[in-house]
Design a binder for this molecule. Sequence first.
Ligand code: ADP
Length: 178
Amino acid sequence: MNKEAILMDKMKVLQADITKLDVDAIVNAANKQLKGGGGVDGAIHRAGGPEIMEECREIGSCETGEAVITTAGQLPCEKVIHTVGPVWNGGEKGEAEQLAGCYRNSLTLAADYRLSTVAFPNISTGIYGYPKDEAAEIAIQEVRNFLEGHEEIEEVLFVCFDEENKKIYEEKLENPPE
Ligand code: ADP
């Protein structure tokens, strides 16, 4: 395999409930207050138990595009990385750079903590309303670029909850730009 194929081979699409995955780290699409909420955030806190929220409370808050790390409580993974995606506001308010930051900063934390398999939900594409196709484009591009400089990350899973996101990711990963 050439270098590009090796990078692309580390990215996988999965349709699953992210809370069930036995990877090193799962990423949570959190809110700035780290207070839990609906969507994937609620599912992670429900399944992981109160320990995760206790650590979130100690950390306090997280800016959009940034990431923090906590225990995984009762989840099968080792750690939860909480990142705050941008709320979609038309696309001219820096949303793309913030969303890219979510992927970059989450993977930076994973690498710092020697977590080599990481699962991402489709950040911002639920309640925060980011267009799915554009969000997937950014996610794949940003992860690919990070993997290029960080061989220690072995596998990145894009965990799609809905069929639409799964199709979008499969299509983009099968047909990467030249
Ligand atoms: P945001 O506020 O960042 O938009 P949401 O949690 O509303 O976050 O949605 C982010 C993505 O997570 C959506 O694509 C949603 O379908 C998905 N999602 C919701 N629950 C789960 C789950 N248990 N596992 C994986 N993905 C999930």
